[in-house]
Design a protein around this ligand. Structure first.
Ligand code: IMP
Length: 182
């Protein structure tokens, strides 16, 4: 594992904050009702993005987290998705926004979308900080995307490799681990 100094910075903290503010403005513009938007952060990777995003939003909101396991050891995909921690409250009839760190194959989001849609929210949208369109194996709608990136393994701003680097304020590329199978 390379030390932090050898990372290549892809997006600086300032660039990320500018995109986060733009996404927050777009969500505010789309969500014009008094009903609080129920924001669902997908742990662990989205915790930094979700924290910054909700503080940049003006719309009334409530917050919950869900824990999903889709990768083993941070890099190799098991192909299986497991719900490790469910929502604390029901979402039937409520507007819901899923906040994800990165959409890679799309399997995690596809699974989560299906699970939450089945509970009858009044609307279900998704905000992802990063997307790797060239890796997509499952077609999944993403309403708000921070940055579209090439097929490179990134860390920082909540994203990890083997649980490291989540604390970095920027997003960096590290030497890619073996690409997970689609
Ligand atoms: P998907 O189901 O293939 O779309 O995978 C989504 C999940 O894979 C994300 O929530 C991340 O946890 C993880 N992931 C995919 N690409 C990266 C990356 O470049 N860095 C860190 N985690 C990643």
């Amino acid at each position: 594992m390379p030390p932090p100094e050898s990372e290549t910075i892809l997006y600086s903290a300032e660039e990320i904050q500018a995109r986060v503010r733009a996404i927050a403005r777009a969500i505010d513009a789309d969500h014009q009702t008094e009903v609080p938007l129920h924001v669902v952060g997908v742990l662990k990777g989205s915790f930094v993005f979700a924290a910054d995003l909700i503080r940049a939003m003006q719309t009334p909101l409530t917050l919950d987290f869900i824990v999903i396991a889709s990768y083993l050891d941070g890099a190799t995909s098991s192909g299986e998705i497991q719900l490790l921690k469910d929502l604390d409250s029901a979402i039937e009839g409520r507007p819901v926004l899923i906040v994800e760190d990165i959409v890679d194959t799309g399997r995690t989001l596809h699974y989560l979308h299906a699970v939450l849609q089945a509970r009858g929210p009044s609307s279900l949208k998704t905000a992802c900080l990063l997307s790797k369109p060239s890796r997509r194996a499952v077609d999944v709608p993403v309403d708000y995307v921070g940055f579209e990136i090439d097929d490179r393994f990134v860390v920082g701003y909540g994203l990890d490799h083997a649980e490291q680097f989540r604390h970095l304020p920027h997003i960096a590329v590290i030497e890619p681990p073996a690409a997970p199978p689609r």
